[in-house]
Design a protein around this ligand. Structure first.
Ligand SMILES: [Zn+2]
Length: 152
């Protein structure tokens, strides 16, 4: 079984979004075109509580892109983005969702960030994605999305 993982194709990472990646929307037609070639299609979704510790706004006196320590881990401070239930956190409207069978939220714990779709940045908690892939007998994974837009 193969699986296409669509990573964080969300409004806040697209032009006009709170943490827009240049040409972030260029991935959408590619993601849509790729989907029929895969047996399974799933997505990850950055899904932060409003007071997430990765937000500069959560650290009085600190600025966006500054480095801090957050619960023992180095943390880049980001603009407020992908807050649960907001339009910015939604998957892109032009992303075809018909074949997306499951969405894995990440970054849901205010005390730790999660750049990976598998684990938080400290590998303290799993998102459940790894276990799910094993349960589905997935042997090949392909990844498409907003994965390397910022250098850390
Ligand atoms: Zn985030």
């Amino acid at each position: 079984m193969n699986c296409l993982i669509l990573v964080d194709i969300q409004n806040d990472f697209l032009p006009g979004g709170a943490l827009a990646l240049p040409d972030g929307d260029a991935v959408i037609p590619i993601a849509n075109k790729l989907q029929p070639a895969f047996q399974l299609v799933i997505a990850t979704q950055d899904w932060h509580p409003a007071s997430h510790g990765s937000f500069a706004a959560s650290h009085p006196g600190r600025n966006v892109f500054e480095q801090v320590e957050l619960n023992g881990l180095p943390q880049t401070l980001w603009p407020v983005h992908c807050v649960q239930g907001t339009r910015g956190a939604e998957l892109a409207a032009t992303l075809n969702r018909d074949r997306i069978t499951k969405v894995f939220p990440k970054g849901t714990d205010a005390g730790i960030d999660s750049y990976s779709g598998l684990f938080d940045n400290g590998h303290r908690k799993s998102t459940g994605l790894d276990e799910w892939l094993k349960q589905q007998d997935v042997t090949e994974v392909f990844i498409c999305g907003q994965t390397t837009g910022y250098e850390l």
